[in-house]
Design a protein around this ligand. Sequence first.
Ligand SMILES: [Zn+2]
Length: 264
Amino acid sequence: MYHDPISKQQAPSSSPSILTRAIQRQPDPAKITAIPSSRHILQLSAQLGNQQVGKWLAKQGTLQAKPVIQRARFLSEGNANSISERILHTLSLMEEDGDADSQQYEQLEEIYNNFDAGSLATETIEEIRALTHGSMFDRLDDLDTWMESLITGNVRSSNYPSSYSTAAQQALTTYKNNHQNPMDASECLCPNCNTYVAKTDMTIDHVIPVATHWNTIGRNTDRATRHTWYSDVNNHEYCCRSCNSSMGSGGVRYSMSVGPNYRG
Ligand SMILES: [Zn+2]
């Protein structure tokens, strides 16, 4: 009997892999194709862990495993649902405003109609950002503002610390003591608004904004590097909470994708 050596090599292993079995357990197997949707990747990641799913995706040869997994970390399925709902809401408000015959309405409607399986894809998010950013329509402008705060919050909280190193906190304390109000020891000077404010209201501000660091270095490096940079006093200045929040990210928008050297 003739055995094709190639067929023999490709003979499947006796039992399906854990991933195959996990996919078979998915609620809608009809939707499983060679390229799984971000939603399925999320589900699989939750079941099996990112590393294993990443290896499997890499094997498919059609997707770069890491960026897909990391995008899933930035925006959850819940976030995607919120975006979807918000788009629908925006569309109805635009209709009320009489903007439904505009080209941008049609473009947003198309994005909404396609916003399902690939809803977490960077490309889709970037499409919405490109459409809404700087729009002349108030409703699209509102959507842009809302979505940017969602992206900013997610990227920042999953990649940068929420508190500073002891050394950085000590430097802030030193600043407060050196710029204390001579009339009231509980206050110190905010150099930005040139006002004495409560010491408890003084904050650390990054001279190079976190968003700039993320876009240029942070999205292509490891967590330790990002954390070290975050607490680097050479990049710190001090100002009151009100000044700090009004400066924001300086208008810099967080990139949604990561580089090959990114480590979460
Ligand atoms: Zn101030």
